[in-house]
Write a protein that binds this ligand. Structure first.
Ligand code: BGP
Length: 480
């Protein structure tokens, strides 16, 4: 065994992330209905084992105990999202909710007292249902309501929050709501999705514009789900297919939110197919240009593998990115079968290099990375602890490549795992567990997993011993 000690930069952010809808539970503070609650009412069958988001991890009632668990699992930082529906219980607008302010101030104070930096995200898929009825992200009204919500949060919590984020994975709701049928309101219409994407980008810029006026010492940025795109082969048709997929899924949000510009090739392709958003103004573009992210969170789970299209398109089918490529299932790939995602550790390195080389090496961190596993009770020892060595290996293997990226000059400030305590996974509800801490759904009892103990040690030591033979491309063979 060739062992090497991988040490991380001083003050590296070790922590994890989750979101309001997935962890808080409804509680008693008052909260507007979210699109998730609405959808569940209409189609409970779309949720694994018919479990909704009313209780989830019940963090709202157990936050004090949870902050202690953060400490015990080595967190020096943690990302939450602030629920728009809780802050504005009258459908996302109107009067702000003093009980919501109380809850978040109490939580943030508890975290601060325990030396845990607060990363606060403003939107994690949880649109108030009333605002969805008004058009959701397709509506300028909703953009204004979001900016009002953001401003309120800056003013109420600005003294406690370390870094702000306008959105988590803004591409997710566009894919889910307009292209792939996994978010409410389950529309299939690319052009409407493009409008919603444009207004999401505008909302990000407007929130940053307001943030700058608040003169806070924190930074504001965005969290994007990014997968490096790999063509099946060097065949020019495969390369072209990969380039187009990359425009749709990677550059679409990364360019406007970080650089303030839209990728020309994507704009011209959408123009050719009459799929550009219709409601855009010069003022919008200049706002987007002038208000870009100051820090970037990278959610990395899997690579994107693409090949040239095999078959002609049915012109009577709705326009979709898949008109231009097919997905490639790489023979020999390593899989997380529970989630159906490929595990490719080197992708984290490729992603960081892309940000270094093409996005001015903006200050970044890994904001999500993790492994969802079903039926983890199988791995419990007699004391009830989940012995999740697979998760420890997953973390180490990704961190080895992250270490290499930092060594290559990438401006990476931290690593946040998905997730802290097992939480509710949207339509998958509690099927796959991601946490450093397990959750008993019947009793709400929390138990630190083996990975939670490992994570504490990792954070205390700010590094770990790594068997460099573990990876096919051993990190030592990796040229800067
Ligand atoms: C990310 C989301 C998270 C989380 C995670 C795991 O895309 O930001 O909210 O859910 O993926 O995915 P899932 O819960 O679907 O298994």
């Amino acid at each position: 065994m060739t062992s090497q000690y991988l040490s991380f930069p001083e003050n590296f952010w070790w922590g994890s992330a989750w979101s309001a809808e997935q962890a808080e539970g409804r509680g008693t503070t008052g909260k507007a209905e979210t699109v998730w609650e609405r959808w569940y009412k209409e189609q409970p069958n779309r949720f694994y084992k018919n479990i909704d988001s009313s209780i989830t991890t019940d963090h709202i009632n157990r936050y004090k105990e949870d902050v202690q668990l953060m400490k015990q699992t080595g967190h020096n930082s943690f990302r939450v999202s602030i629920s728009w529906s809780r802050m504005f219980p009258n459908g996302g607008t109107g009067d702000v909710n003093p009980e919501a302010i109380n809850f978040y101030r109490n939580l943030f104070t508890e975290m601060t007292n325990n030396n845990i930096k607060i990363f606060a995200n403003l939107y994690h898929f949880d649109m108030p249902a009333d605002l969805q009825d008004k058009g959701g992200w397709e509506s300028r009204l909703v953009v204004d309501a979001y900016v009002n919500f953001a401003k309120t949060c800056f003013e109420e919590f600005g003294d406690l929050v370390y870094h702000w984020f306008t959105f988590n994975e803004p591409l997710g709701p566009i894919l889910g709501s307009y292209l792939e049928d996994f978010h409410y309101p389950n529309v299939i219409d690319f052009k409407r999705g493009a409008q919603a994407a444009f207004f999401t980008i505008l909302a990000h810029a407007k929130a940053i514009e307001v943030f700058k006026k608040e003169k806070l010492t924190s930074k504001i940025g965005v969290i994007l789900n990014l997968s490096p795109t790999f063509p099946r082969s060097q065949n020019p048709h495969d390369i072209k297919a990969a380039e187009i997929a990359d425009l749709f899924y990677t550059r679409s949000f990364l360019d406007p939110m970080v650089k303030g510009t839209f990728p020309e090739k994507l704009v011209s392709l959408l123009k050719d197919y009459d799929q550009l958003p219709v409601d855009t103004t010069e003022e919008d573009f200049s706002c987007i240009q002038n208000n870009v992210a100051q820090i970037l969170g990278l959610n990395y789970y899997e690579p994107r593998r693409v090949k040239a299209k095999m078959h002609a398109i049915n012109q009577e089918s709705p326009f979709l990115p898949e008109w231009f490529f097919d997905y490639h299932i790489m023979p020999g790939r390593k899989m997380n079968e529970y989630r159906g995602w490929e595990i490719y550790e080197k992708g984290i390195y490729d992603l960081c290099l892309d940000i270094k080389n093409n996005y001015n090496n903006i200050e970044s961190f890994i904001s999500e990375n993790g492994m969802g596993v079903a039926d983890e009770e199988r791995f419990m020892d007699e004391s009830g602890q989940v012995i999740d060595t697979y998760r420890i290996e997953y973390i180490k293997d990704h961190l080895a490549y992250l270490w290499k990226a930092i060594d290559a000059g990438c401006n990476i400030k931290g690593y946040h795992l998905w997730t802290f305590i097992d939480c509710w996974s949207w339509i998958n509800s509690y099927k796959n567990r991601y946490g450093l801490v397990s959750l008993n759904l019947d009793t709400q009892e929390r138990t630190i997993k083996k990975s939670g103990e490992f994570y504490k040690q990792l954070s205390d030591d700010n590094g770990f011993y790594y068997d460099t033979n573990r990876l096919i491309n051993s990190i030592e063979n990796y040229k800067k």
